[in-house]
Design a protein around this ligand. Structure first.
Ligand code: NAD
Length: 442
């Protein structure tokens, strides 16, 4: 025992650590421990650290990976005169020229939600026909109940049969958040990563599911338990798709918008308080407030996502409303839509914030009133205290030691709290139920 201990001390003392840069000279990458001159060749941002000890060698590779993706808001996406659908993912002018003037006919594989296909499928087909694009359109029932690996496998089989150029022919997903998540996962798996494009057609996916990097499917009864962090090459936003959305789906999307308002943007909250009903009535088609609210929701979302694309930092304001809701949504599926479950979670957390002394009674009641005005459920009988505790315990397992709770500290302001006690949770739960159970969702 003593021998082993002294031996390990010796190996620590005698170990050496060397940092190597990587330089490409005439097509070959070489290690350089000295500073490199740029004239010598191409310098990589990656580094290799070599640690030699009495026990052997350990190489540590540090290889920064950059993701670049575009979120493009436009009108008339399906008008054949609009290039966006074909080339909007390319930001570099030379690359764009090369792609547009490539003599080989362009090819696109499109997955479209079945309902969206009934509404817009012929316009989508006409677009690709008018542009003489070799294409395949695959309508699928991309519902929450079907959000599974089977759907991913089906898409992979179809992509393989059709054949796409992994560099030049992005796969296009047109639909709600389920369609975008499932196609995103398939694309991230096909040939290890094939570019894809998101065209959201629900409000929820327009402001939330299409602007970040996450893909996923439900697995083993768990919400989005299998997935990847691979952003699309681009997202194309056209608000006109929302005109055919049922009212409940508009309201559902407004929950994620309200989340950003509560966490980060008081003016957005006030806009939802004042204009929420009009936005609902007009399906986000009319007026400046539709453009303004969607734009703020996306900007604030991008601010939170871009520095933490792979969610390495566990302190995330965008998790507000997502601590209890995954468990609730899956338990009552299909009774609650995603945004509705998120709203019930937010409604409870607003009571927790008040109990913790972060919100005044007046602020709390303005928030709950705003939720009701957006026709969102604020309480649910299946959201029991036991479910709350189970969800938070589950969350704790993946939170590196302490539960991190984003909570509002005023209207449009928030912080992450690590110290919410069981007592506060129980008292908040009691008050929440006493005051809001009469607003129960059908
Ligand atoms: P959804 O994809 O199930 O679509 C809702 C319904 O609307 C579907 O029945 C669909 O057929 C219909 N529909 C879609 N567009 C329509 C249109 N223009 N007109 C009429 N009907 C239309 O649900 P959703 O709310 O869009 O997305 C929820 C999903 O998004 C959840 O699975 C959630 O996990 C996921 N999500 C992902 C992220 C992410 O970062 N990847 C973020 C938020 C939510």
């Amino acid at each position: 025992m003593e021998d082993q201990h002294s031996r390990s001390l010796i190996s620590v003392n005698t170990s050496s650590n060397t940092e190597f840069n990587l330089l490409q000279v005439n097509g070959t990458w070489v290690r350089r421990s000295q500073p490199c001159q740029l004239a010598e060749g191409k310098l990589s941002a990656a580094k290799i650290y070599e640690n030699k000890s009495g026990q052997g060698i350990c190489w540590t590779v540090v290889s920064p990976i950059t993701f670049t993706y575009r979120v493009v808001q436009c009108k008339d996406l399906l008008d054949a005169r609009n290039d966006t659908m074909l080339w909007g993912h390319i930001g570099d002018r030379d690359e764009l020229e090369a792609a547009m003037w490539n003599p080989r006919p362009a090819k696109r594989f499109v997955v479209i939600d079945e309902t969206v296909n009934q509404l817009y499928g012929s316009q989508v087909a006409q677009y690709f026909e008018a542009r003489e694009i070799v294409h395949k359109i695959l309508p699928l029932p991309t519902t929450e109940e079907n959000k599974s690996m089977e759907l991913v496998t089906k898409i992979l089989g179809e992509i393989h049969g059709f054949g796409v150029d992994r560099r030049a022919e992005p796969i296009i997903a047109i639909g709600g958040g389920v369609c975008l998540d499932v196609v995103g996962l398939a694309a991230s798996l096909y040939r290890r990563r094939t570019p894809y494009i998101r065209v959201p057609t629900t409000l929820l996916s327009y402001i939330d599911a299409s602007v970040g990097a996450k893909t996923g499917v439900n697995f083993a009864g768990g919400k989005n338990k299998v997935g990847s962090y691979v952003p699309p090459a681009a997202t194309f936003l056209d608000r006109s798709f929302l005109q055919t959305l049922p009212r409940r789906q508009i309201s559902n999307g407004m929950a994620e918008m309200l989340k950003m308002a509560l966490m980060k943007h008081k003016c957005l909250f006030e806009l939802l308080e004042a204009e929420g009903r009009n936005l609902l009535d007009s399906n986000f088609q009319s007026s400046d407030s539709a453009a303004e609210s969607t734009c703020i929701a996306i900007q604030t979302m991008l601010e939170e996502l871009a520095p933490n694309l792979w969610e390495d930092d566990l302190d995330r304001l965008v998790d507000f409303g997502h601590l209890i809701s995954p468990e609730l949504e899956m338990r009552v599926l299909p009774a609650l839509l995603h945004g509705e479950a998120v709203n019930i979670d937010m409604s409870f957390m607003v009571y927790v914030a008040q109990q913790r002394g972060l919100l005044t009674a007046r602020e709390r009641s303005r928030i709950i009133q705003c939720m009701s005005g957006l026709e969102l459920p604020v309480w649910h009988q299946e959201c029991t205290l036991a479910l709350v505790k189970k969800s938070l315990d589950e969350r704790l397992k993946h939170s590196a030691g302490s539960l991190r709770m984003p909570l509002p500290t005023g209207l449009g302001r928030a912080e992450i709290f690590h110290d919410v006690t069981d007592d506060i949770l129980c008292q908040a739960y009691q008050r929440w139920t006493d005051e809001l159970s009469s607003f129960s969702h059908k």
